[in-house]
Each structure stands twice: as structure tokens, then as C-alpha cells.
Design a protein around this ligand. Structure first.
Ligand code: ZN
Ligand code: ZN
Ligand code: ZN
Length: 363
């Protein structure tokens, strides 16, 4: 076998080689039978058996009949720093790569792991490079992620670009890409546009959910006030002396109590001139739409609204039905996730006539 240290090129140091073999008994390994040639001329001795096992591409290279006799035992890995090639070969031997190597040569190792089909290393490099993304390198890394077919890294770069576009636009990387790769620029701008719409949709959805949740909580408070009473407002058959302490959802409950107090005395309650009363009517109607306790319900007008809705079933607007559905599902969600307000056992006496006046401030 050829003695590698006698070649005209420098060879890798004994220390580095020993790193390759840290998981096996160095003495038990046969002598290296191939050299990896790097751009700087450094030659790294290696074993074809190990290289072929770790990388199907290297396996092909090793099994391919040599074109020239002189190149028989040399595999060139060029275009990346020799330290990156060394770290790459070390990974093929040990499946290990230090954080320092990933920090320094992450992008080169990503390219090598893609070209030589080493998925384990590719995964680690995608992650490591993604963790070290900066405004300055994001455009370059994006191009690399595209070339190396690394979807996670690609998405991470696109998101960073989208959130920091003004700053990225000023970088050398962007300027170069802008002049040389209009297709990538278009791809980025399209992503940013879709990302904006996606964010808007999410925001709108969150706002809607918040509204439905608030309405659902208001419904719960309404039932609680009309059934057991809370501080100064409650059903008229409930003794004022039994008035309750503020409940644990008093921030919502209090607002509703003020609305009820107003509703009880407002002169414009029925003629539609008062927006506060309109709101109260809507809450009462909404309650009736989602209430399933027709016989025992103590919320005023619950049954009247139900009857009215049955009579005009076809006339109920689609939007209202949708609102009812959304609030009902928000209510179901909150009953799953939130602790229930402590409730008393239902009282025996039931009110037969649900009128607006049955709910009033205590005297
Ligand atoms: Zn309350
Ligand atoms: Zn009013
Ligand atoms: Zn009801």
C-alpha cells in the first residue's frame, strides 16, 4: 500500500486522524486505502469501506472504475475549506460533529451533506445554520437552502426575511440577489405577500374568537345573575338580604349588572332609540338562541324569544345563526378549559313568566 506521508501534498495530522477513529480501536483498523484531496492540497487518508458505508455517493465514486491510474486512490472534495472537508470526513467515521465546527463550517457541511447524501449531518446542519441566521446572511442561506433542498431552513429564512424586510433590503446579499436572480426575488416577494395575508387572517380570526368568547362569558354571567343574583342585581323573588358577594368573574359581571340596571329603568327600552338597551335585547335574544333549559331557565324573555324564533324560523338571518353557532362553540370550549363559577343548587320556586322586569336591582 502507498505510504501517504511520502506524497508531495501535506497530509492531515495524526491528531485529526485519531478523532476519526475515536469510536473504534485505531490499531484494529486496516491502513487507509484512499485519500481525500481538498482545495488547499491537503490530503486526508481514509478507508473506502467506511466512506462507502456512510455515503451512497462516495460509494459510487469508490466503485466507479478510475479514468486515470494516478487518480486511483484519491477522491477530490473541492470548493470548500479543508477544515470543513476534515469535519465532514470525521462525521462519516464517528457520526459526530462539534458545535464549534457547525458554527464555523455549518454552511459548507450542509452543502457537503447534501451532495454526498448524508441525511443525519444534513439535518444537524440545517438546524445549526437556522439557529445562526442573521439579517446579513439570510439571503445567502436562503439560496443555499434552496440548492440543498432543505425545506425547514428555507422556511426559516423566508420568515426572517418577511419580518425584517426593510433591514434585509439594505444588505449586500439582497443587492447581489436583486441584480442576479430576479426569480428568487419574485419568490421572496410572493412569500412576504402571502405571509402578510396569512397574518391578517390569523389576527382577524383571533379577534373574532375573542369576541365570541366575551359573548359566551356574558351569557354565562347573565344566567348567573338571573339565577342566583350577584352583589346588587338578581331575580326579584330573591331576598335582598341574601345578596351575594362579587363572584370570581366580577369584571365581566359588573358591566352586565350596570347594563341590567339601566335596562330596568330606561324609558327608551322598547322604541329602539337607546343603544345600551339594544345591546341588552341582543344579549337576551342570544341567550335564548343558545339556551337549552327552556323549562327551568330564569333569564327574562328566554321563552318568549324562543317562541318568536319558532314562528319566524325561516326568517332568522344567516348571520345571526352563525353568531349563535360561534358563541355556542366558544361556550363549549370555555366550559372545557375554564373552571366553572361556583353555582348553587337550583331553587325550587320557578318563575313562570320571563319578563324583563323579573330581573332588577334589589330594593
Ligand atoms: Zn357575578
Ligand atoms: Zn336604555
Ligand atoms: Zn334561557
Amino acid at each position: 500500500m502507498e505510504e501517504f506521508h511520502n506524497t508531495a501534498f501535506p497530509t492531515i495530522s495524526g491528531d485529526l486522524m485519531s478523532d476519526h477513529f475515536q469510536f473504534s480501536d485505531q490499531d484494529s483498523l486496516p491502513k487507509p486505502d484512499v485519500e481525500i484531496l481538498t482545495s488547499s492540497g491537503l490530503r486526508i487518508p481514509a478507508h473506502t469501506g467506511i466512506l462507502a458505508l456512510a455515503s451512497p455517493v462516495l460509494e459510487n465514486v469508490i466503485e466507479r472504475p478510475p479514468k486515470h491510474r494516478s487518480s486511483e486512490k484519491t477522491i477530490p472534495i473541492l470548493g470548500v475549506p479543508c477544515e470543513a472537508v476534515s469535519a465532514f470526513i470525521q462525521f462519516l467515521y464517528s457520526s459526530r460533529c462539534s458545535e464549534e465546527e457547525l458554527e464555523k463550517y455549518g454552511i459548507h457541511l450542509l452543502a457537503l451533506s447534501h451532495v454526498y447524501l448524508v441525511p443525519q449531518l444534513k439535518h444537524r446542519c440545517s438546524k445549526a445554520v437556522g439557529q445562526r441566521l442573521t439579517i446579513d446572511n439570510v439571503v445567502d442561506v436562503l439560496q443555499l437552502a434552496r440548492l440543498c433542498d432543505s425545506p425547514d431552513l428555507y422556511l426559516k429564512c423566508m420568515r426572517m426575511l418577511s419580518s425584517n424586510f426593510k433591514a434585509v433590503e439594505k444588505t449586500e446579499g439582497w443587492k447581489f440577489m436583486h441584480e442576479n436572480d430576479p426569480f428568487l426575488e419574485l419568490e421572496i416577494l410572493q412569500f412576504i405577500d402571502e405571509d402578510e395575508s396569512r397574518k391578517k387572517r390569523t389576527r382577524r380570526h383571533r379577534e373574532e374568537q375573542r369576541l365570541y368568547m366575551e359573548l359566551s362569558e356574558a351569557m354565562e354571567c347573565l344566567e348567573h345573575i338571573c339565577t342566583e343574583g350577584c352583589t346588587t342585581v338578581g331575580p326579584c323573588d330573591l331576598e335582598p338580604s341574601k345578596k351575594r358577594d362579587p363572584c370570581d368573574k366580577f369584571s365581566i359581571c359588573e358591566g352586565l349588572q350596570l347594563l341590567i340596571k339601566h335596562f330596568a329603568i330606561c324609558k327608551n327600552r322598547v322604541n329602539g332609540k337607546c343603544t345600551r338597551c339594544k345591546r341588552m335585547w341582543q344579549l337576551l335574544r342570544l341567550h335564548s338562541s343558545i339556551c337549552d333549559q327552556t323549562d327551568s331557565c330564569r333569564v327574562p324573555l328566554c321563552r318568549q324569544f324562543k317562541l318568536k324564533m319558532q314562528l319566524e324560523k325561516k326568517g332568522v338571518e344567516t348571520l345571526w345563526r352563525l353568531l349563535v353557532k360561534k358563541v355556542a362553540s366558544a361556550r363549549a370550549m370555555s366550559s372545557l378549559s375554564l373552571p366553572k363559577r361556583k353555582r348553587e343548587e337550583p331553587r325550587e320556586t320557578m318563575h313562570d313568566h320571563g319578563e324583563a322586569e323579573t330581573m332588577r336591582p334589589y330594593c
